[in-house]
Ligand binder design. Sequence first.
Ligand code: ZN
Ligand code: FE
Length: 255
Amino acid sequence: MERYVEQAIEAGLTELGFSDHLFMYWLAGEKRDPELGMAEWEHDFYIQDVERCRSRYRSDITIRLATEADFIPGHERRLEEILRGYDWDYVIGSVHFVGEWGIDDSREIARYDGCDLDALYARYFSLVAESAETGLFDTIGHSDLVKKFGYRPTLDPSTWYAELAARLSRAGVCVEVNTAGLRKPVGEIYPHPDLLRALHAAGVPVTLGSDAHAPGEVAADMAAACALMQSVGYDEFVKYEDRRRTAVRLPAFND
Ligand code: ZN
Ligand code: FE
């Protein structure tokens, strides 16, 4: 974690949020996949590690404590109980599972072949909207993750985008502009420019993130993310402290 912080400082960030994947709270212990989230016993150590980094680097960078929690319909109360126990700066809500299927898990990629992609996309976006409507999350992670491996729907997605944007706006959440998609087969920031345009039209604020899973990925492609935001009309993004938002003007990049 120190290496992530040092990379952030080097990249010129003034603020960095840690948001490790929460343990798979909706499954019995033996069914949890250590590839996909931390173990439950690791959770309190994670919090301590963030706090240690926060004090160690206090004079160089502001560090925020966050988590990325799965939205699993029917398990909201359990999640609410877990989240209540910690002083999060923000909570990211993510849909990684459609039913039992981990749609971003490369070990399950074969399931895309022969699947009804239009139905999958429609279901994915309605789960994302439902996640926001729980009120448990401050910001929505990778809001069109279903595109990760490059499988596209045949239908024009604009109706889904408009409906999702309207529901997210009513729910009062933010959406992250997440550059990890550029490092995935789809080669595209989350969300798609047309979805981001719909979000902007609906008045949904955005956060800015690289979703780094390695120190070298911290702050990756931030200039591209800012350019994308500006191209659809955003002139600011938001950051969090104690689950409250502050708007920040988008920096100007010259490259
Ligand atoms: Zn995620
Ligand atoms: Fe992630």
